[in-house]
Write a protein that binds this ligand. Sequence first.
Ligand SMILES: Nc1ncnc2c1ncn2[C@@H]1O[C@H](COP(=O)(O)OP(=O)(O)O)[C@@H](O)[C@H]1O
Ligand SMILES: [Mg+2]
Length: 428
Amino acid sequence: MSNLAEQPLENEPAPERVVVEDTSQLAEIRPIPRVTIQAFCESEAVSRTLELASQDRRMAKAHVKVHTGGIPAAIEFYDSAPTPNLIIVESRLQGAELIEELSKLAEVCDAETKVVVVGTINDIVVYRDLIARGVSEYLVAPVTMADVMSTVSDIFVNPENGVLGRTIAFIGAKGGCGSSTICHNVAWAISSAYENDVVLADLDLAFGTANINLDQDPPQGIAEAVYSADRVDDILLDRLLAKCAEHLSLLAAPSTLDRTYDFEAKAFNQIMEVAQRGAPYVIVDVPQQWTGWTKEVLSFADTVVITACPELTNLRNTKNLIDKLGELRPNDPKPHLIMNQIGVPKRPEIGVADFVASLSVEPITTIPFEPALFGSAANNGQMISEVDPKNAISGSFNMIAQVLTGKAEISGEKKSSFNLRALLRKKK
Ligand SMILES: Nc1ncnc2c1ncn2[C@@H]1O[C@H](COP(=O)(O)OP(=O)(O)O)[C@@H](O)[C@H]1O
Ligand SMILES: [Mg+2]
């Protein structure tokens, strides 16, 4: 990797030119996972190298956009747009001026977004300062494709820098309470509103509805993955994914009864591990069952979301789930709760305040019973926000996506900012 620690010190600004590529250096680089990368360049040379890198087969799964305008353009852009997994900024600024611009950028970035700076000063002090401030890498122009791709690979593929993806598992407190519908709509919201890649895995092999809700009928999916679990790798998984939208891929359930679906407890672990290395979000629709493998999947997930309706059986089951998950995951936050189907006509309901009183968990949100809206979405194979984007329930799904990902609000308003402290902890 071309960083300053390995290069001679000199203060000459680098000339604007594309370096002749030694393509043999690319051979070592592993394919880049499903990440979004946006670059804001100042020089023709750096933008051309990034464009070329984006067309390399190793970057085929990444979504790369190259803009001009350097850090000021990035600051303006992210004032109203969601931030990607990685921002590459080129700047001719130095010292305090560069730091000043980067702090302004930090204010409009989500904390998880990584930043790589391409500068002109070949100086170890600058390098160390930027790394200490949380910049993932500092490259000196001119850069090669190999510099760029090995930097991206180091950030997202190198296990020393942590696992790329987070797994969010959804389970219902009772069959029919809307867990799958909410799971699919939240997966959609993360992938469309935040433009982050999501792999949605439907683990309800017999009766799964993600294929219907997302209007997909792929020949293969989660069943092929679980029946070859010992040899699941990124190549096999890629083959089994059905692309539903630019940033959303589905591991569909067969939803047939040709077989019975009894699995050993760890049957899905390898699949989830591989999926997590390939995309920033893995969303798992867990059927409402208590088996060795559903328990294992819920224990494995980074975040668990329970959907419940306001009645007694749901309350008992929610309490049991929260207690059991607390035992299984003593060092993790409590599961999130979503109250759904509030206000079914003539049905006696437990008020939300009473429902949560004995649970020590506050719901992220409550979703009303809206049979016309949910019915047309299900029958048309559409998401709620496609049927009625202005409906408050579409806003609720965006809000749930925001809470689960910890990202800033998308509303056209200025996003809640993070300071350079957040940048500080990026490089592990
Ligand atoms: N808030 C709601 N209002 C009306 N119908 C809903 C609501 N949430 C879910 N549904 C409907 O309830 C049914 C069961 O939902 P589903 O997501 O399959 O439940 P689960 O996965 O918990 O068994 C579906 O027909 C779905 O469209
Ligand atoms: Mg379901």
